[in-house]
Write a protein that binds this ligand. Structure first.
Ligand code: BTN
Length: 272
């Protein structure tokens, strides 16, 4: 692992020493050229006492991690970052945090581009039915209290479609591919920090309720017939809503409503 002083791409040149315009998120930025996973670096820093809001960014990840034990491939042009948070909440109350991060990412994309991202439960960022970004949240508790949470965000910003591995070329996309122009990564990053900071503070103070409405307004899941693969078992039904913890409420064919805690939603088939 190398800590790079001046990034070769210029992506974050001087940014780490500038004030990103936020009070908390990005107050300290650690920038690496290449790491296995920014989640691991951020987790280690958090255990060593790093301040809330510290961000770890890498130009490249060799072992990027995704949800459900999958890997996260980040070809050139991607943004890979992990944010250390120390929410003073009961562990159960932090569950919707990945959805809060999804709303922040979508809002930042809307502000910086003309694109209209959608959110696929639980927290995929979708444009034109393809995945442009994902979020992985890892929480560590001590004596029943949250010690830290690391919110990892992977976003395909200026990635050329040809750089995606064949297996995901039809299902992944980037902001540049969808908007037909290159996106200024620093503007996007700054905007993302600002959006996330506002939402995170709102979430700490008032919970998930208001943010939940924003999530729903950008969702491509609610109101659709979906299939959810939760750990091997596939269930189908109408995605009715998300609840105050961010769990998916699914109406099965027999009319029963199930609360789905985690899983992978197949792209909505029918918009009801
Ligand atoms: C997913 O959709 O499965 C979540 C992907 C999360 C990827 C990001 S990239 C930055 C951070 N470091 C990682 O290893 N993973 C997250």
């Amino acid at each position: 692992m190398t800590r790079k002083q001046i990034p070769s791409t210029g992506l974050l040149r001087d940014y780490a020493s500038q004030n990103p315009g936020t009070l908390l998120i990005g107050k300290h930025i650690l920038h690496y050229e290449e790491v296995a996973s920014t989640q691991d670096i951020a987790g280690k820093l958090a255990r060593q006492g790093a301040e809330e809001g510290t961000v770890v960014i890498a130009e490249k990840q060799t072992g990027g991690r995704g949800r459900q034990g999958r890997s996260w491939i980040s070809p050139d042009g991607g943004l890979q970052l992990s944010i250390i948070l120390r929410p003073n909440l009961e562990p159960a109350r932090v569950i919707p945090l990945p959805l809060v991060a999804g709303v922040a990412v979508a809002r930042a994309i809307k502000k910086v581009t003309t694109l209209q991202p959608k959110l696929k439960w639980p927290n995929d960022i979708i444009i034109a039915r393809k995945k442009v970004g994902g979020i992985l949240t890892e929480t560590s508790t001590r004596k029943g209290k949250i010690d830290h949470t690391v919110v990892g965000i992977g976003l395909n910003v200026n990635t050329a479609r040809s750089l995606f591995p064949e297996a995901i070329r039809e299902t992944a996309t980037s902001l540049a591919e969808e908007s037909g122009r290159n996106i200024a990564p620093l503007e996007l990053l700054q905007c993302l920090f600002g959006e996330f900071e506002v939402l995170y503070i709102e979430f700490l103070a008032g919970g998930f309720d208001k943010i939940r409405e924003q999530w729903k307004a950008m969702s491509n899941t609610i109101g659709s017939q979906v299939k959810v693969d939760s750990g091997g078992a596939e269930i189908a039904g109408e995605a009715l809503d998300i609840d105050s913890e961010g769990f998916l409420l699914l109406r099965r064919g027999n009319g029963n409503v199930e609360r789905v805690i985690s899983g992978d939603v197949s792209p909505p088939t029918t918009r009801l």
